[in-house]
Design a protein around this ligand. Structure first.
Ligand SMILES: CC(C)(COP(=O)(O)OP(=O)(O)OC[C@H]1O[C@@H](n2cnc3c(N)ncnc32)[C@H](O)[C@@H]1OP(=O)(O)O)[C@@H](O)C(=O)NCCC(=O)NCCS
Length: 168
């Protein structure tokens, strides 16, 4: 069955939240340690971050994964810098869904006139590093031991993709 990439809709929130919560509970792909409610996720995507692109990968009525851009910082000078997030349903990891989402998320970032996309990737996540490198993100540094999850200290890789929007 065909996989469609499309903007996230409010009806997707239950499946989107389930996918995120699975990553919170089982992986260091999120540095959150408490699961999110659908209300919190609705406020995030359709409230505070409504101005940014949020995409889902869908097959039939099943959401296979999601990717989004959010604010890197609320300080004005960072207004055209976004931070990316991407989460794939456990059964669908490693099957190209993250890549399909990133192709369109990056295009959406350009369409929103963002100049830079930032990714913060926790130590020990080769799949996420490979996905970001595949789409042109460059390694900008590594912050050792700034996180703590599952009983151990974790570093964070900082990556950047410059979208190079020409200025008028
Ligand atoms: C990280 C994640 C988003 C990647 O998405 P995905 O759909 O599994 O990735 P894809 O199948 O599109 O693969 C993208 C690239 O990563 C590589 N890759 C995938 N899984 C990999 C793994 N376990 N180890 C190394 N590389 C891997 C693929 O070969 C591909 O590289 P290529 O295009 O150069 O061949 C997904 O695994 C996930 O949701 N993980 C848990 C949550 C998470 O860590 N999110 C990111 C937070 S920073």
């Amino acid at each position: 069955m065909t996989i469609t990439i499309r903007p996230m809709a409010s009806r997707d929130i239950f499946q989107v939240t389930d996918i995120f919560n699975d990553a919170i509970v089982h992986t260091t792909g999120s540095f959150d340690s408490e699961t999110k409610t659908t209300d919190q996720m609705t406020r995030r995507f359709f409230g505070t971050e409504a101005r940014y692109p949020h995409l889902v990968a869908e097959q039939g009525t099943k959401i296979l994964g999601w990717a989004s851009i959010g604010a890197y910082s609320e300080r004005c000078a960072y207004a055209d810098t976004g931070e990316v997030s991407v989460y794939i349903s456990p059964d669908w990891k490693g099957r190209g869904i993250g890549s399909q989402l990133f192709e369109q998320l990056i295009a959406a970032g350009r369409a929103h006139s963002l100049h830079s996309l930032i990714a913060r990737i926790g130590e020990g996540n080769p799949a996420s590093l490979a996905l970001h490198h595949r789409w042109g993100f460059e390694d900008m540094g590594f912050l050792p031991e700034i996180g703590f999850k599952f009983g151990r200290r974790l570093g964070v890789h900082i990556l950047q993709l410059r979208l190079m929007i020409p200025t008028a």
